[in-house]
Design a protein around this ligand. Sequence first.
Ligand code: GLN
Length: 337
Amino acid sequence: MDVAALTDIPQQVSTGALPGWDRVDELVREAHRRYADDRTGAVADYIPVLAEADPELFGLAVIEVDGGLHDAGDALHPFSIQSISKMFVYALAIQEHGHERVREIVGVNNTGLAFNSLMALELNAGHPMNPMVNAGAIATTALMPGQTSVEQWERVREGLSAFAGRPLSLDGVVYASEAETNERNRAMGWLLRSYGRLTGDPDDVVDVYTRQCALSVTAHDLAVMGATLADGGVNPITGERVVSADVCRDTLAVVASTGLYETSGEWLFEIGLPAKSGVAGGIVAVAPGKGAVAGFSPRLDRAGNSVRSQLAIGHLSRALGLNLFASAPSATPRSTD
Ligand code: GLN
């Protein structure tokens, strides 16, 4: 990400609240306008159908925890959720099995390697290290309850739909395209199994994982999903409790250090928010207690993160005072003794 593009946006500090619906709306529109002309990056093509995406699409959405909505550009254009599903399936897995068990099985540390690295598994005796790269996500999907992979898939689809506040459906074309070309992910499933870190049929687990990545969402949906994690696990639009507040905290902590693959450290340094990206061009960033910002635009940087989405979210993080690490000296008089 070209961070120079953000340096003229004054860094507002967190006040614990967003600055009011009108101001948020104005800033969402401004951020959308400002990066619409950025044509850096390239559309993903390792999943054949993704290469056909229109690179000009650009949507931006903010959902506030009080239910305030802001959409700009192509915020209602559907695309496949891809890796962003990992964050929400991870939350469902912790809800189901608890903090300790998931931590032990999947891990919470960054691998420092690409999202589809097999080497990361080999270097760590098959321990997946973190749930936001493919190996860890496959191990996490394997934790979904269900007697069969069909039941596990239904659990994933229902869970992610509850986060989105509407029934999500599979994009069959994306699923078919990825299922035909996902040799690396299948290899990861079998490697996990060879280390005794995955029970069940690896091909079945990878199939559920491939389906979860092909769920069709919009930037607006992603913002609602993220806002549920910002709102202690309650969907701010439907009012439904999806996961516990502890699960939100655990999920966001892992996502903060791993959500943008090997550039996660750079992202946290520049933007200061937990965020998760996917290769179809979506990114969602979560501001705990405030809301979520989601972007969608298919051109990606080398790590696989949407360029325009990063810039627009970075803009809003600065202008809305979302950066978790930004502070100003206290205005209250200090004691002098
Ligand atoms: N479905 C994709 C894969 O497994 C997801 C990767 C991504 O979004 N980074 O390769």
